[in-house]
Design a protein around this ligand. Structure first.
Ligand code: GMT
Length: 377
């Protein structure tokens, strides 16, 4: 089949959607397609040079006349330029706002009729779809797309309920790079982080936003650490960081909670962890839960959004009702106190990663849509 020239628009550093956009691009590039990232900065995994991957930075001057720099317009301008100069076959837009709207404008500016695939990742619908001032714009961006995908059935249903777009929505699950996310030898990381060999480790990885509901993680952990010698690793950073630090201090947990900040050695951090702990209010998929599963770490997570599509309750992890910290404590303790149970969850989880979320299978689903959007199927 003819190889395609694909423009990719994403947030290079905002959590899972940027990771998925980058990993998908790397896998498409390996299949011989030419990828053109049109973003505000180079996504982390693309900092080193890769064959078939190119980067077109979106820059914007801070003119005094603007209260807010018009990034969406600068992005549309760059999209139009790249469509023309590189003769793109299609655009793949990750996260609807403002990317799907900028893509529609850029395409129009270039006088082009190339296909646009928009992948919905979560908060572009579940938060922005509740905002009266943005809902119509999200719907406009979706309706202007040639093909729309969502990262879980739950997000597809939320989109229909909140946005009611004219377009059909295809569910394509997220995936992970199976070479990076594998059970591995923890080496000396536990000691380096000041954790005793016999201590158990709970891990939470996120961008510290309100929807991640980290206060429930910390409050539950306080009870857990009273029963079992445990450390809590809080990995990442974000707007809620100071509030969480304050809560940790108020609960006198400073000795037990380790704030690692942003890290690039996720597989190693997971290698020293016993349970992944996520009590989100909203979560369209929960990429970190899949990363943990692939590294042999079962999760205790809430019944929200797409989480139950990743975690099968009682099989490869535990699902607890959102806000029910007693249930969360009970399930974590079960996993920490019962090695046999934890082991069976690990085995089932590794099977889930292979059977339900295998990258080759997911990448093929996207590739089929790429050819369809490019009119070359
Ligand atoms: O909320 C985040 O963590 C960021 C956001 C993003 O744009 O990366 O995450 C969303 O997309 C991820 C990748 O598809 C999903 O794994 C997350 O569940 C989703 N976050 C929410 O829905 C809150």
């Amino acid at each position: 089949m003819e190889k395609l020239k694909i423009g990719v628009i994403c947030y290079p550093s905002l959590g899972g959607s940027g990771v998925v956009a980058t990993e998908l691009g790397l896998m498409m590039a390996k299949r011989g397609h030419e990828l053109h990232y049109i973003t505000s900065s180079v996504p982390f995994r693309l900092l080193e040079k890769h064959e078939n991957i190119h980067f077109h930075e979106v820059t914007i001057e801070g003119y005094a006349v603007f209260k807010y720099p018009p990034y969406d317009i600068a992005l549309a301008n760059q999209i139009a330029r790249v469509i023309e100069e590189k003769d793109l076959d299609l655009l793949h837009v990750h996260y609807a706002m403002p990317h799907a709207v900028s893509a529609a404008l850029g395409k129009d500016m270039a006088g082009s009729n190339i296909g646009v695939i928009t992948t919905l990742h979560g908060t572009d619908v579940t938060i922005l779809g509740h905002d009266d001032s943005l809902r119509n714009t999200v719907r406009y961006g979706i309706n202007k797309s040639t093909i729309v995908t969502a990262v879980s059935h739950s997000l597809k249903e939320d989109t229909i309920r909140l946005i009611n777009p004219d377009k059909e929505i295809h569910t394509i699950y997220n995936f992970i790079d199976e070479k990076t996310y594998v059970p591995s030898d923890p080496g000396t990381l536990k000691e380096e982080l000041g954790i005793k060999k016999e201590e158990k480790v709970l891990i939470h990885i996120s961008n510290f936003r309100k929807v991640k509901n980290i206060p429930d993680v910390v409050k539950s952990f306080q009870q857990i650490t009273q029963s079992i010698d445990t450390k809590l690793l809080l990995v990442g950073e974000g707007p809620e960081m100071e509030n969480i630090r304050q809560l940790v201090n108020d609960l006198n947990l400073e000795e037990h909670v380790i704030f690692t900040g942003k890290r690039n050695d996720m597989a190693q951090l997971l290698a020293i962890s016993d349970v992944m702990f996520h009590l989100s209010e909203k979560e369209a998929f929960g990429l970190v839960l899949l990363e943990a599963m692939a590294c042999g770490v079962p999760s205790v997570a809430t019944d929200r959004g797409g989480i139950p599509e990743v975690i099968m309750d009682g099989e490869n992890g535990f699902i607890v009702p959102y806000g029910d910290t007693d249930a969360a404590v009970e399930k974590v303790l079960q996993l920490l106190q019962n090695d046999e149970l934890r082991h069976s969850f690990i085995v089932n989880g590794l099977r889930t990663v292979k059977e339900k979320f295998h990258s080759a299978n997911i990448v093929e689903q996207y590739e089929r849509l790429y050819y369809e959007a490019a009119g070359k199927s």
